[in-house]
Write a protein that binds this ligand. Sequence first.
Ligand code: PNS
Length: 163
Amino acid sequence: MADPAPALYPGSFDPITNGHLDVIERAAKLFDHVLVAVADNNAKNALFSTEDRVSLIRQSVSSLPNVQVTSFKGLLVDFAAASGARVVVRGLRAVTDFEYEFQMALMNKTLRPDLETIFLASREVFTYVSSRVIKEVARLGGDVTRMVPAPVAAALAAKFHAP
Ligand code: PNS
């Protein structure tokens, strides 16, 4: 029987990169439903609005029928409970990600013991790709087209280099 509970893939996605997309595609093969959840977090100084981040992800995953995209406010564990998710998926790029990811996974486990976090190891080719670096390169006029989905490349160009 199909599992109606989605696997949750949360993040800032400011903006989504090909590294994120790779995690989504792989999660979509492992789980019946994947819910990509953009954290609507005012504390982080985002380049793109929450709506724009959701829209850019939707455009990037349009070929994946079992992937939905939404945003959430507040604690991830509360959103997970509300959406019926039992699994949180996160990508792990390198040792440098580990401490932050481990802390988050353990905090979420403490807050909600029945919620599991699983990590998908980043494909080598994406280990250096991060939203932060992409934004810096794009702002300074570098070519990021191989590192982000096409709608994101266009949105970055419009943000930084609109005539
Ligand atoms: O892409 P990011 O910035 O690494 O994603 C971090 C995110 C959004 C998953 C994390 O900050 C989060 O879950 N925020 C929601 C608020 C929350 O639950 N904070 C406690 C996490 S331990």
